[in-house]
Design a protein around this ligand. Structure first.
Ligand SMILES: Nc1ncnc2c1ncn2[C@@H]1O[C@H](COP(=O)(O)OP(=O)(O)O)[C@@H](O)[C@H]1O
Ligand SMILES: [Mg+2]
Length: 311
């Protein structure tokens, strides 16, 4: 449904995104995860036809974002990082205005607005002035304006930024409901947000894709085996030393007495060696197992690796 190939964008000499390529299928809920300045908003602005890329192509349902922007705008609803709200307008009037801007026929405007008011739980706020609403309600109005023309795809740029914890939970719940009937791209620099809402994640770091995968696959497949957990019966100070001296071992920490975390190179396959070492030294293995890293570890690792490549 969304096909992005070799997309790049420079602001003057500064390359904000470099050769991004990814696909998103109909019905998917995909998270753009990356630290501030990674290029998430730039990518979303290009997909939403707000600005052109410097090179590469992006297609939505076969339409090119550069050449067929009018078609694309019918298909997508966009919530930019700063919602385009008129603070002195009443919610209902603003949404009617947004509907007219999106070419909703006049005779359908009222029902379109009623529908988004219902979907975004804005009933109590419909006659209120936007500027006097809480940030959480304003964000709902922002989402409502993005979907007033009933688009198939929603592009939401950091939809929970600046909200308090209760508002965050409410907006996440709303997005989860919308995910049942829309294809959604959501950006965030916060991991739990992505893990709660999205099935697949595109990790973007310094304008480049560091990883694209399902959340499950990312946490297990990518890095399983790189971290081992060793628990022994006999604790001694030489254990750390001996483990660290093993080939392909990057780091060893004793996270609690006689429990060691061993980080090794990818596909190091050194469990046998560790087991042998324990036997030879009579440490008494209680447990030796690979652990999958948390998404947070992977995120940090990938983004740091990315930086390493840059240097
Ligand atoms: N209008 C602009 N002019 C110049 N540089 C920009 C502009 N917008 C973004 N950038 C730069 O491009 C990079 C990517 O920014 P952005 O897409 O906003 O990242 P994110 O949304 O992931 O925080 C950053 O280094 C940012 O400073
Ligand atoms: Mg941004």
């Amino acid at each position: 449904m969304i096909e992005v190939e070799q997309l790049s964008k420079s602001y003057g000499p500064r390359e904000a995104i470099k050769n991004l390529s990814f696909q998103i299928e109909k019905g998917e809920v995909v998270g753009f995860l990356g630290p501030n300045g990674a290029g998430k908003s730039t990518t979303m602005n290009i997909l939403s036809c707000i600005m052109p890329a410097s090179s590469g192509t992006a297609k939505i349902c076969g339409f090119d974002v550069f050449e067929q922007a009018l078609e694309i705008r019918k298909l997508i609803g966009y919530l930019p990082e700063t919602p385009p709200l008129y603070s002195d307008m009443v919610v209902y009037d603003y949404l009617s205005f947004a509907a007219r801007l999106r070419n909703v026929p006049l005779k359908n405007t009222q029902s379109a607005v009623e529908q988004v008011i219902e979907k975004c739980s804005l009933k109590e706020a419909r006659e209120r002035i936007i500027g006097r609403l809480s940030k959480g309600y304003q964000q709902r109005v922002g989402i409502a304006q993005a979907m007033v023309h009933n688009p198939d795809i929603l592009i939401l740029d950091e939809p929970t930024i600046g909200l308090d914890p209760i508002q965050i939970i409410e907006i996440r719940k709303l997005i989860q409901e919308l995910a049942l009937s829309h294809t959604i791209i959501l950006s965030s620099h916060i991991l739990p947000e992505i893990t709660q809402i999205c099935k697949r994640v595109i990790i973007i770091s310094d304008g480049q894709i560091a990883a694209v995968d399902s959340l499950d696959a990312l946490t297990t497949r990518l890095h399983k085996g790189e971290r081992l957990l060793l628990e022994v019966r006999q604790n001694s100070s030489e254990i750390l030393e001996k483990l660290r001296a093993l080939k392909k071992v990057n780091a060893v920490t004793e996270h609690q007495p006689a429990h060691f975390t061993i980080d090794c190179e990818p596909n190091a396959d050194i469990q046998d060696k560790i087991a042998q070492l324990s036997l030879d030294n009579k440490w008494g293995i209680v447990e030796l197992k690979p652990v999958s890293m948390t998404l947070e570890d992977i995120f940090l690792k990938l983004t740091l690796e990315e930086n390493k490549v840059q240097q």
